[in-house]
Design a protein around this ligand. Structure first.
Ligand code: ADP
Ligand code: ZN
Ligand code: ZN
Length: 743
């Protein structure tokens, strides 16, 4: 008797056994969606495995009720990946399995769109009909329809009506009734690309660096290499994308398919165009703005082998190809590959695992690889290909460190945000008709409202962070919970009108820039001004057409934008990220500076970058200014090794939340004591302690950090403690494995 191991649509993290009725044994496969008796009712679920035996007493098992024929199942080959995710990321098996299917496919509400088309049923009969009825007035509509269908392709009714002047719907019906024509139902794709056409491109002659990388990839694709993962470390503009395109070309020639992951923010029309130009209709693009119907169609097309390439953000990793040959993760260092809700997986790391399970090659590309990947390349776990120079042998931008301790506020009459060097450099560009980018990684006008009389600082009452002031809207808003209140006109504590705003954001920079660079055409791009994708595209288009002189923005403008006329980038405050209480602060700062600097000098003129800082001797700032990745990487790895941080250990953050602080603290302590029992002696526990941001949306936050090399037992214990034990009422607990954010 065969047994089906089924998970039901609840978050129980439990597999239930059911007997498989004889009539279903032939058809039942892992991954299928099935209906099962559950308690006194019935539920739907997915078959995870089919086994010979059950741990429960046979004969007492209930029988599976049936297969949900109309609902897509989980592709069988992805089930092992889901299982690994559940175990590794300490989430429930149901959460992991759900991640494998887009909601639009899972919920069963969307169907393929179909249309009815008409075609000739019997050519002989059709010809006979035409010859017998030609010239008869009463048959003219029918004759015209048959002639049209005999001479060119079958068509839906609307098309026939459009093309044939004599068309009549009743004539069409009669023809079907008489067996001259027949109807067939055909799937219609909700076309994501619409009618937009892209001129095709052909592979470029590879540079020596590209050729070397491609040779390695080719070996990997033929299964002749020591690792299935390649770190492609190439500076911006070194031709990584061209390597991806040619690698995909080779995978397709071998009859295999490919997935390309890019950060959501880089999934721009320009990026998509490059892939479409090379691969046309063999490509499916999965971005967050697809409708449910479009997503469903693209998933189905991939599943049925109608396309061979999927390009998309994080979740495109689960594209249901059955003959996957290649997974590319572009900008592999991006923290957005880590999902912040359960399952808290890293798409980069899951890509490496999917590649291993399905025998596919994985390419991780970056100009500034993560410490984890750099380390894996150093130890030989990953292969490494480097591309050190830009394709056209352009010079990297020249970066100057501007020591702001010597400038600005100390000199009366000067703006404290723009050093005199930077101001001069911007004026230079204005005179020459070139463009500048001013970058600051913080939006809003000012960070804090302070009362000069009593020292009161306006904080969000629900989150332990200061409010951000917007002068444009005269509001105070909280970044964390989204709460907004009108700005105070007098101090709420002492009623003094002496209110001062300290710190700065992009809105303030814009205002100051407007007064310093009078007459310059300036726009700002951050999440305050950019409400939709259209705003984003339209500002970029204006900038591209040269209708703007200066673009001010947050990290929204740091990535991937290619504007040949930008010859200057000003980094207003390079120190902002360094102050974060996170061991990745130096890495993030280095990456951000490198990226922003890369926006300068994409054309023929060498770019210049002014990096304003109050820590000119800081190592990260110095390595970044020298564009010295190797120097920085060695420095950063040394620091991480000394403090036993990843990649030298694994790190798991356990978060505790609740409105009653004492209760949260107490449960966190109790939880930690219990967990310690499963710890290998080398495992390091820090905390539980209040998180750096102690309160969000009214909930107190505690965090326990676990670091160690051998975390297998801890992981198992964590699954039990977080998924199978109920914390006290009002307290939430979850584990974040390989946490990216420690705030
Ligand atoms: P990256 O992805 O590393 O930033 P790209 O692949 O976008 O680099 O290449 C940068 C520019 O150089 C693009 O305009 C691309 O078309 C061009 N390019 C890339 N490889 C070659 C090549 N082998 N020959 C000529 N031009 C190339
Ligand atoms: Zn006051
Ligand atoms: Zn808040």
């Amino acid at each position: 008797m065969a047994i089906a191991k089924v998970i039901v649509d609840l978050s129980l993290d439990r597999v239930f056994d059911y007997e498989i009725p004889a009539e279903l044994t032939e058809r039942l496969r892992p991954g299928l969606r099935v209906r099962v008796p559950f308690g006194k009712s019935t539920r739907d679920g997915y078959v995870l495995r089919i086994a010979e035996t059950s741990d429960y007493a046979q004969g007492h098992l209930k029988s599976l009720l049936g297969i949900c024929e109309s609902r897509a199942g989980v592709p069988e080959h992805l089930i092992a990946l889901g299982r690994w995710m559940a175990e590794y990321y300490c989430c429930t098996q149901e959460q992991a399995i759900r991640t494998l299917l887009p909601a639009a496919v899972r919920n069963g509400k969307v169907k393929r769109k179909t249309r009815k088309i008409y075609r000739i049923a019997d050519v002989g009969a059709a010809q006979k009909f035409v010859s017998e009825n030609s010239g008869k007035i009463r048959a003219s509509a029918r004759v015209a329809i048959v002639k049209r269908l005999l001479s060119s392709a079958s068509a839906p009714q609307e098309e026939l009506a459009r093309e044939i002047p004599e068309f009549s719907p009743s004539g069409l019906k009669t023809l079907v009734k008489n067996g001259v024509l027949e109807t067939v139902t055909e799937f219609v794709r909700r076309d994501v690309f619409g009618d937009s056409k892209v001129a095709p491109s052909v592979p470029l002659e590879p540079s020596p660096d590209q050729a070397a990388a491609l040779a390695t990839i080719s070996k990997m694709l033929h299964g002749r290499s020591s690792s299935h993962v390649l770190l492609l470390h190439g500076v911006t503009n070194s031709g990584k994308t061209e390597v991806y395109l040619q690698a995909i070309g080779e995978a397709l020639e071998l009859g295999r398919s490919a997935i390309v992951l890019v950060p959501e923010i880089s999934l721009t029309p320009q990026t998509v165009r490059r892939f479409r130009a090379r691969f046309g209709d063999r490509l499916s693009v999965l971005h967050s703005r697809l409708t449910d119907g479009e997503r469903f169609d693209e998933w189905t097309r991939i599943r049925e082998g109608e396309v061979q390439i999927a390009v998309g953000a994080r979740s495109a990793l689960f594209a249901p190809f059955s003959n996957l040959g290649l997974i590319i993760v572009d900008e592999e260092h991006e923290s957005s590959y880590k999902q912040s809700e359960a399952p808290r997986y890293s798409a980069r790391d899951v890509a490496v695992m999917r590649g291993k399970l399905e025998d596919a090659v994985v390419i991780l590309g970056s100009a500034t690889p993560s410490a984890e990947s750099a380390y894996n390349a150093r130890t030989g776990k990953f292969l490494l290909a480097r591309m050190a120079s830009q394709v056209e042998n352009k010079l990297a931008p020249h970066i100057r460190i501007v020591d702001q301790r010597l400038d600005g506020e100390m000199q009366p009459g000067k703006s404290s945000f723009f050093s005199s060097e930077l101001v001069e450099a911007v004026f230079d560009r204005l005179r020459r008709g070139e463009q500048s980018i001013l970058f600051l990684n913080r939006r809003g006008y000012a960070r804090v409202m302070i009362c000069e009389a009593c020292g009161f600082e306006a904080h969000c009452p629900d989150c332990s962070v200061p409010y951000t002031y917007s002068r444009q809207r005269e509001t105070l808003s909280c970044h964390l919970c989204g709460g907004v209140i009108p700005a105070y006109v007098e101090c709420p504590q002492c009623r003094s009108p002496k209110i001062r705003y300290a710190g700065l954001g992009t809105e303030k920079i814009e205002l100051v820039a407007q007064s310093v660079f009078r007459g310059a055409r300036i726009a700002r791009m951050d999440s305050d001004t950019m409400r939709g994708a259209d705003d984003y595209e339209s500002v970029l288009e204006q900038f591209r057409r040269g209708e703007l002189d200066i673009l001010i923005g947050t990290q929204m403008i740091a990535k991937g934008l290619h504007f040949p006329n930008v010859t200057l980038v000003g980094i207003i405050n390079a120190d902002l990220g360094l102050a974060m209480p996170d061991f990745r602060a130096p890495e993030r700062t280095f990456q951000l500076i490198t990226q922003v600097a890369g926006r300068a000098g994409r054309g023929d003129i060498r770019g210049e970058v002014y990096l304003q800082t109050r820590n000119p001797d800081n190592e990260t700032i110095r390595y970044a200014a020298a564009l010295d990745f190797d120097g920085f990487s060695a420095f950063d790895l040394e620091f991480r090794e000394a403090l036993a941080y990843p990649p030298f250990t694994h790190l798991i953050a356990v978060h505790f939340r609740g409105e009653d602080e004492a209760q949260v603290a107490e449960y966190a302590a109790q939880f930690t004591d219990e967990l310690r029992k499963y710890a290998h002696p080398e495992v390091n526990f820090s905390g539980p302690l209040p998180s750096p941001i102690e309160r969000i949306k009214g909930k107190f936050r505690y965090m326990l950090l676990i670091r160690g090399i051998k975390l297998k037992l801890i992981r198992q214990a964590l699954r039990v403690l977080t998924l199978h034990r109920t914390p006290p009422r009002g307290v939430e607990v979850y584990a974040d494995v390989d946490a990216q954010s420690l705030l």
